[in-house]
Design a binder for this molecule. Structure first.
Ligand SMILES: *[C@@H]1O[C@H](CO)[C@@H](O)[C@H](O)[C@H]1NC(C)=O
Ligand SMILES: *[C@@H]1O[C@H](CO)[C@@H](O)[C@H](O)[C@H]1NC(C)=O
Length: 290
């Protein structure tokens, strides 16, 4: 397995990124400090002195929040507890996105299901406005019973999606073969809970049961070790100890093995094997992966 290499170090130098050692921990995970509820009014709530955030969905509206900061590379972790019970037709989206017509986006979307039926974790990556890179997974635990950590580790060589520190997807920097990589557009972190029963559960066959409303998802344990563009002057901030390695971090052999384990046992859709969708041939990043 080819190892990831750190590409584009010059870019980091160009924007004269400075890594600032700040005092850690205490102020980590304060939703008041890091996020704004942007949609759904009182359906989004920050509770417990900023340690907990909840979103809800009812027959009038869903709700959502976004980060105050924009990030350009980062290691971002959040704990989510998904809508319990009959969540069919609901989608909890958790993603990073830039704005504008050629945006970059790194997506987790949790597709709800009937009680006792498995959620689907749907992922996608957009670069320069182009997506169509879906991969879907079942999870190896019940995501509504407890909080689990969902992470994006984004550096100049790769975007790694992880669940409870287990890598589930790697989008490598393959600019060398003409695949755009997100590296110039800062992104905000967004999350929303909404009605997607047109497509979410069994392809749209199972609709939301509104007698179960309101539906609620919960968030806690946000931690970021990221370069943020607070103003014109980029600076690197951290709310986590031992943060600096992420900028050059690579998937180690254990990470590679875990990734293969997830792909083998839990992956249920991969655009790179869906020949029907790409009659002209698979995208180059699919051909590059063994
Ligand atoms: C929405 O749900 C409320 C509470 O269950 C109900 O009273 C109301 O009629 C519903 N509204 C619509 C537009 O379905
Ligand atoms: C919901 O459960 C059905 C039946 O087990 C399964 O086929 C489907 O993949 C599950 N998830 C979603 C989001 O449809």
């Amino acid at each position: 397995m080819a190892s990831l290499s750190l590409i584009n170090v010059p870019f980091l130098l160009v924007i004269s990124l400075s890594i600032v050692t700040s005092s850690m921990v205490a102020s980590a995970n304060n939703f008041y400090q890091d996020f704004d509820i942007t949609w759904g009014g009182s359906r989004g709530k920050i509770l417990d002195n900023g340690e907990l955030l909840t979103l809800s969905l009812d027959n009038i509206s869903g709700s959502g929040f976004q980060s105050k900061k924009e990030y350009l590379f980062g290691k971002i972790d959040m704990q989510l507890k998904l809508v319990p019970g009959n969540s069919a037709g609901t989608v909890t989206a958790y993603y990073l996105s830039s704005i504008g017509p050629i945006h970059d986006e790194i997506d987790f979307e949790f597709l709800g299901n009937l009680s006792g039926q498995p959620y689907i974790l749907h992922t996608n990556v957009y670069t320069q406005g182009k997506g169509e890179r879906e991969q879907q997974f079942y999870l190896w635990f019940e995501p509504t019973a407890d909080f689990h950590t969902y992470s994006v580790h984004w550096n100049p060589s790769a975007v790694v999606f992880s669940v409870d520190t287990i890598p589930i997807r790697v989008f490598k920097n393959l600019e060398s073969i003409g695949v755009a990589f997100p590296k110039t557009q800062p992104m905000r972190l967004y999350s929303s809970l909404w009605n997607a029963d047109e497509w979410a559960t069994r392809g749209g066959l199972v609709k939301i049961d509104w007698t179960q409303a309101p539906f609620m998802a919960s968030y806690r344990g946000f931690s970021s070790s990221a370069c943020s563009l607070a103003s014109a002057k980029p600076s690197c901030v951290s709310s986590m100890p031992n943060y600096s390695p992420w900028l050059s971090e690579q998937l180690d052999p254990l990470g590679e093995r875990r990734l293969r384990w997830v792909e083998k046992n839990y992956m249920i859709y991969n655009y790179c094997t869906d020949a029907k969708r790409f009659p002209q041939g698979f995208p180059p990043e699919c051909r590059a992966i063994s």
